[in-house]
Design a protein around this ligand. Sequence first.
Ligand SMILES: O=c1nc[nH]c2c1ncn2[C@H]1C[C@H](O)[C@@H](COP(=O)(O)OP(=O)(O)OP(=O)(O)O)O1
Ligand SMILES: [Mg+2]
Length: 197
Amino acid sequence: MKEILIATKNKGKIREFEELFSQFGFRVKSLLNLESVIDVVEDGLTFRENATKKAETIAKQYNIATLADDSGLIVDALNGEPGVFSARYAGPNKDDRANMEKVLHELIGVKDSERAARFHCSLALAIPGHSTILVDGTCEGKITHEPKGENGFGYDPIMYIPQKNKTMAELSKEEKNEISHRALALKKMKEVIQSVL
Ligand SMILES: O=c1nc[nH]c2c1ncn2[C@H]1C[C@H](O)[C@@H](COP(=O)(O)OP(=O)(O)OP(=O)(O)O)O1
Ligand SMILES: [Mg+2]
């Protein structure tokens, strides 16, 4: 079976990529399977910059084609926050629960019609000796007033998806993989991956 390296340590992302890639015959390897991984500082101003930096740093270290995902939640009423800071919104230890609580807290008093938000995913595919390929995907929703649902990861329990009348965390993994920002971005990358790897 073909294999692809994904430059992530996020178990939620890894689970989703395993599922998505199995549909086109790839096994997924992540940074959790490798030793002495360089710690990439995510100091870019955009998802694309961070995804590129993660993919190119790891592709160079191991001399192998590498995919990276930089993603996050964009809340209109918070002027786009947490955005590229989504993972560390409530502090350096990347606590999903604390991050959600902070978003909910910042939105106290904001009415339903002004709670629009979207998940964004930028994917970068770095191939040694080639220029990096970038794609994006987004998924629209609204921030709830409390967490709901047990599936997924990150901000899923507070992201209501109107087209499904459920939060992202109430969707099965198959349902999430039909509509998610990550799945939509990967769809755009699929042909390149299949022709290059
Ligand atoms: O489908 C999603 N459902 C809910 N939340 C999500 C999703 N996708 C990203 N998110 C949130 C989680 C984290 O707070 C941030 C990603 O931050 P991001 O830097 O890209 O990932 P990370 O640091 O967890 O792992 P890594 O950099 O090793 O890939 O956005
Ligand atoms: Mg990160």
